[in-house]
Design a protein around this ligand. Structure first.
Ligand code: ADP
Ligand code: MG
Length: 362
């Protein structure tokens, strides 16, 4: 590495969270230490083109500056990101910070691309990202590790068509109503609904199948929603805990992004024993899914007995200045700029360690 490490901030993307991603990039680019890093913006347009901009040395005034023109001189994805070109290219970053959420960003696909290009990146690798994104795979792994979670049942569209009666019997025996029905692979609560009876359930399943071929049904827990930040590769650090209090029946898409009625309470108040359980489970879940860099582990604390359940692990949690994850770290004593710095260093460290792995025996 000569001079300052070059950090490519990749944002946008073909997903429901395009706008959020842009907002995040704006926050990160303005906060990152430019004395220390050379900052290169890379905009994935909502059509899926990768457009690289000029190095950013000062502060941005508004986020629209990040909508890089698709002009002919801009480097396209095909030039910027191909294994044959990249190593000779002056554009090769030392590390990529992918500020992308959901499918194609947080699910291992883009991570696989960076692996092939032999570029360090912030966050979890291919397997961790992919498994955390798939609610069914994640739950099966949690089960194998004895991590407490809501009772669940998963099935594919094909199975739903072929064995509907059997699935209904199993559901009503194992879980009952109310229950949550979720597409296996999405985020932001899209396609998720709560059903209160068989009729509602049929509708919920149809809705979820619009978004994925696989769905998961869970017992609806009467619980508080507590989130905790984890950073690290081998040695893990935990943030303060925070609580989500949404104005609606559950933390749905509107309450996440639109209605402004959701409160983030930091720190969340729980008993010592509950806090200890949350901390143990957060680390366990992070390791079980093979995460690295960062994750936000979302838990439930059941109202009746304060038992802790893991809900999900987000490998690229919301990362604007006002999102839960950075706010948790701020409360823990790690400012946004410092947090960005730590994550970049963890990404570089992971890449260096992986570079020492032998692939051949001769
Ligand atoms: N088993 C459950 N019991 C109670 N509430 C749930 C359950 N599963 C999900 N929810 C509610 O639905 C919201 C979204 O579900 P989640 O699995 O976190 O999906 P996403 O990946 O879209 O965030 C949660 O934040 C919570 O409010
Ligand atoms: Mg969630």
């Amino acid at each position: 590495m000569n001079g300052k490490p070059k950090v490519a901030i990749v944002y946008g993307g073909k997903s429901a969270e395009y706008e959020v991603s842009l907002q995040t990039a704006f926050s990160v680019i303005n906060a990152i230490d430019k004395e220390k890093y050379e900052v290169l913006p890379v905009h994935i347009t909502n059509k899926g083109r990768w457009v690289e901009g000029h190095v950013i040395a000062g502060a941005l005034e508004y986020k629209e500056q990040l909508l890089l023109d698709e002009n002919p001189t801009a480097v396209s994805a095909n030039e910027w990101l191909t294994p044959s070109n990249i190593n000779a290219s002056k554009h090769k970053p030392d590390i990529v910070f992918p500020l992308l959420h959901g499918p194609n960003g947080e699910d291992g696909t883009v991570q696989g691309l960076f692996e092939l290009l032999d570029i360090a990146y912030v966050g979890s690798g291919v397997a961790g990202s992919a498994v955390a994104m798939d609610k069914v795979l994640a739950k099966d792994i949690f089960r194998a590790h004895g991590i407490p979670q809501a009772a669940y049942l998963a099935f594919t569209k094909y199975e739903w068509t072929e064995q509907r009666e059997h699935i209904l019997a199993e559901l009503e025996g194992l879980i009952g109503y109310p229950c949550f029905v979720k597409p296996a692979n999405l985020g932001s609560s899209i396609g998720i609904s709560k059903s209160h009876d068989r009729k509602g359930f049929m509708g919920s399943v149809e809705l979820a199948f619009q978004f994925d071929q696989k769905v998961v049904v869970e017992e609806a827990l009467e619980a508080r929603e507590i989130e905790i930040g984890v950073i690290g590769n081998d040695e893990l650090e935990l943030s303060t805990i925070g609580e989500i209090q949404s104005g609606s029946d559950f933390y749905d898409y509107e309450s996440k992004y639109q209605d402004g009625e959701t409160n983030l309470i930091i720190p969340a108040m729980v008993e010592e024993e509950t806090l200890a359980q949350l901390q143990t489970l957060a680390k366990k879940a992070y390791k079980a899914l093979n995460c690295s860099g960062l994750s936000r582990v979302d838990c439930f604390v059941r109202t009746s007995d304060h038992k802790v359940f893991v809900n999900e692990v987000n490998t690229m949690p919301g990362f604007t200045l006002f999102s839960m994850f950075p706010l948790l770290w701020k409360h823990t004593g790690v400012e946004y700029r410092q947090l960005i710095d730590r994550l970049i260093r963890l990404g570089i460290e992971r890449h260096q360690k992986r570079s020492q792995i032998r692939y051949r025996i001769d």
